[in-house]
Write a protein that binds this ligand. Structure first.
Ligand SMILES: [Mg+2]
Length: 359
């Protein structure tokens, strides 16, 4: 492609939540994200990074510094995805920053080619169901939120649990009669033996899958759970990059993988994971951090493009007190669709923080 990168800007993109969101790793009230704009001569691509120390090991300031440092390596580069990915991959970690750049580049490429990204990447489907996530709350609150979600058309819920067999059992029991698909996410909260107790206790309920039951580093624990569980076991925090996926699949540790752009560092790496998993006969989920519709829309393009993404958890914009993004991902009655617009299909972003010009 002849178009070249002429300018990159990055700025703080703070997003407040309607109410605190609690998972077993902690409680969040505000997402401190980064909005990136990458310009060619006459087009701009946008991307978003959503860092969090506990999962990606970086923060907003780190993402801004990384983008500032890497900008000279990208200016004047042509929009060749593999060459840009080679530059990004030569740096360790910083996956939220890399994801922001990757999303903006793909948005630019889609706009240059006048095609929606999901059509360029694979075009497998036009819509897909997403779950709605319910944070760690008392059982009666979980039930209240579940009933509200059902009234809004959601058919799948992801229930966050804390790693306490009795308390978590009550959370699941409270919604077990609602006729809804239930996914459970422990965010590393259990020991391997405790999660087996928990899985046995909920064996009478219809549970679709359990995600990241044990600490991210406990690969043998994850394998133990998978081998002793009737419920499919998905890895989230244990798998960031394609090489993590390869290792865990080789060792037979999981029944599925939750891919997040913020963990893997962008669309190229996500595609590698999708394909490695498909070759191993393992399905993928695509999920999110606390993100606006900018990066959620990029993830939604992957979900519609690839047949091996069979589970979707892209709902975080619904938790924001204000949605600063126009266009992009739409959720109606629990189903995701995307506009037939070039690139991401985002028409405008109301910048929440200052944007520092580079070059
Ligand atoms: Mg998870």
């Amino acid at each position: 492609m002849n178009a070249k990168i002429t300018r990159i800007t990055a700025g703080k993109f703070d997003l407040s939540l309607k109410e605190p969101f609690k998972i077993s790793l902690g409680t969040i009230t505000k997402a401190k994200n980064v909005l990136v704009k990458i310009f060619s001569d006459d087009i701009v691509g946008i991307g978003e990074g959503s860092p969090t120390y506990k999962i990606t090991g970086d923060n907003q300031q780190g993402v801004l510094s990384f983008i500032e440092d890497i900008t000279p390596l990208l200016i004047n580069q042509e929009l060749d995805i593999q060459k840009i990915d080679e530059v990004l991959s030569s740096f360790i970690n910083m996956t939220a920053a890399k994801a922001a750049i990757s999303i903006a580049i793909y948005d630019l490429v889609g706009k240059e080619l006048s095609k929606p990204l999901f059509r360029l990447l694979g075009g497998y489907r036009d819509e897909i169901k997403t779950d709605l996530t319910i944070g760690i709350l008392p059982p009666e609150k979980v039930r209240e939120k579940a009933i509200d979600a059902i009234s809004r058309g959601f058919e799948i819920l992801k229930i966050k649990v804390e790693g306490n067999v009795e308390k978590d059992f009550k959370r699941i029991e409270a919604i077990s009669d609602l006729g809804i698909k239930i996914r459970i996410d422990a965010n590393q909260g259990f020991t391997p033996k405790d999660v087996i107790k928990f899985i046995r206790k909920i064996s009478n309920f219809e549970i679709e899958l359990i995600e990241q039951p044990v600490p991210f580093w406990d690969i043998s624990g994850l394998k133990f759970v998978k081998e002793n569980s009737d419920i499919p076991v998905f890895a989230d925090e244990s798998i960031h990059l394609a090489r993590d996926a390869l290792r865990l699949l080789k060792e037979g540790c999981v029944d599925g993988i939750n891919i997040k752009l913020m963990k893997c560092g962008g669309i190229c790496e996500a595609v590698k994971i999708i394909n490695i998993a498909e070759a191993a006969g393992i399905p993928c989920m695509i999920g999110c951090m606390l993100e606006s519709k900018v990066s959620l829309t990029a993830a939604a393009h992957l979900a519609l493009a690839f047949r091996n993404i069979r589970y979707v958890d892209l709902d975080s914009h619904l938790f924001l007190s204000e949605d600063p993004v126009l266009g992009g991902i739409e959720i109606k009655s629990g189903k995701i669709t995307l506009p037939e617009e070039p690139g991401l299909g985002i028409s405008a972003v109301k910048d929440v923080g200052e944007t520092k010009e580079k070059n």
